[in-house]
Design a protein. Sequence first.
Length: 191
Amino acid sequence: MTSTFPPLQDVPEVCDLLSASLTSRLAPKSESEPGVAKDGYGAKRKDCRWDQKGYHMKDGYNQSRSISLKVNVWPDNDSARDDAESMWRSMRDQSGQTKGDPYFTEHGEIKEVGDLGDGAYAIYNEHTQRRTAMAWILVVRGNTTIDIHFHGTDNKGREILSDKNSRPVPEKELLQGAEEIARETLKNLTG
């Protein structure tokens, strides 16, 4: 499949791709920090994390949210699509599955996300013992893949770490947030 999007030559500074208004709304009290992704497997790679610094209390719960964004620039669309297909295959394998000890994870159904680049899929999972949740979306656009993880847990009291009293953020909320992150990332990527 040929892409109509112009190829990127290099990976931009990933921490600059999301606005402070978006990150402060989706991951309140978070600060960005460049990740440790290194070029490899034929791709140029950079990433960024927005982790919560301090407490964001609401109704007796610390609303803990974090964003991880990775951008990979491949030599061509075929290489980017191969990478995306590999990740999407992993999502399909997890879709609707419940994994017991040692994983303790329930996976939602894989969802195609329309109107994002040349293709995008997302999946939600919940760790049943730690009571944490994550939405994962992977987008391919031209010679680029965008890998997003949006984590969310409401921890009772001023707990930083999740426990049996924590509440995983619902699937709809995390998937919508991940899609917003993807749309803003794509809007700010230039060839």
